[in-house]
Design a protein around this ligand. Sequence first.
Ligand code: SF4
Ligand code: SF4
Ligand code: FES
Length: 367
Amino acid sequence: MPKVTIDGKSIDVPAGTTILNAARMIGGDIVPPAMCYYSKLKTSGGYCRTCIVRVAQGSAANPTPIPKPVASCRTTVADGMVVENITSAEILEARAGVVEFLLINHPLDCPVCDQAGECSLQDLAYENGKMQTRNEFRRREFEKIDIGDYIQLHMTRCIMCWRCVKVAEQLTDGRVHGVINRGDAAEISTYIKEAIDNEMSGNMVDVCPVGALTDKTFRFKSRVWFTKPVDAHRDCPKCTGKTRLWFKGDEVLRVTGRKDEYGEVVDFICNDCRYHKKELTDWVIEGPSKINRHSVIAQNHYESLRAIQFDTRTAQIALNRANHQVHPVLDNVKHGLGSGALSPNNLLEPQMSLPETMTEHDVYFDK
Ligand code: SF4
Ligand code: SF4
Ligand code: FES
């Protein structure tokens, strides 16, 4: 197994592993950002250049450095390779340049963009961007294209990462969209303006790192940090049925795939689960989603409320309503208490205490 050292941390990895994936195996701050690579999509990567690193030593056998920054998502490790990411001032400067390029044509849309709060470009710009633009030219403009009932395309926000095209190629039958034109004129478009209409097309929204492709059924309904993500599942004949529900009060505002720590979907989901199952009764709730504490979504802090306990008053409420169909776990979610704290077993334990400000109505609701 080749040994690679990244920012002073060494790891043995299987032959053929890329530098980016080796860094992910090590974890932490040394992992380069990736705007186009997506581990679940074959041939992704190599488009955006945000993942660039410096190879200070090519291998043990040939210690010569590689003279230019390389895309870590497309470069495989060699035994004895030494890589610099955040320890290289040259790379940090180059990455700032990449961000500047990505933002050259990008609109100042964050206040109205549905991706705000979970946007990889926002994070990238915050961590690697510069405060000012040097661009004096007019930003690119595009004619609006309607690509169907479920997905909104804002071409001005697209960074040409190609992920949505890979989804269309690899997850759907009958791809009807792709990149047309090249260079500055390149754009995502449907074939002769056909609508995107197939069972897995919604995954394009999940893989899009920016707000270029957004969910029309969620558009302008809420800022994402006012919603509460909850993991849930259902028996679905078309996909795994493992999803994330985004609640506002009792209402499911949107359904998405679950994402891992690198913002990648764990299981792709079908459009049925995503767009047509927005009733609580459609789902089995598993509990609050694990959200990175640096994310603005974590500002809800609802997991910290797990510790709240319930008193005999609560137990009485539970008993009184035992003949009704109640959804304590769902309401628990509604109030951000964590599913564990309000399991039916907990409800019947007399030593628990309910905060005075909460009423019976706050705790339960009927199906
Ligand atoms: S895509 Fe991201 S950076 Fe661009 S406007 Fe939307 S939230 Fe802002
Ligand atoms: S629309 Fe989104 S996913 Fe598709 S290429 Fe543009 S940025 Fe990437
Ligand atoms: S993530 Fe490597 S080039 Fe985009």
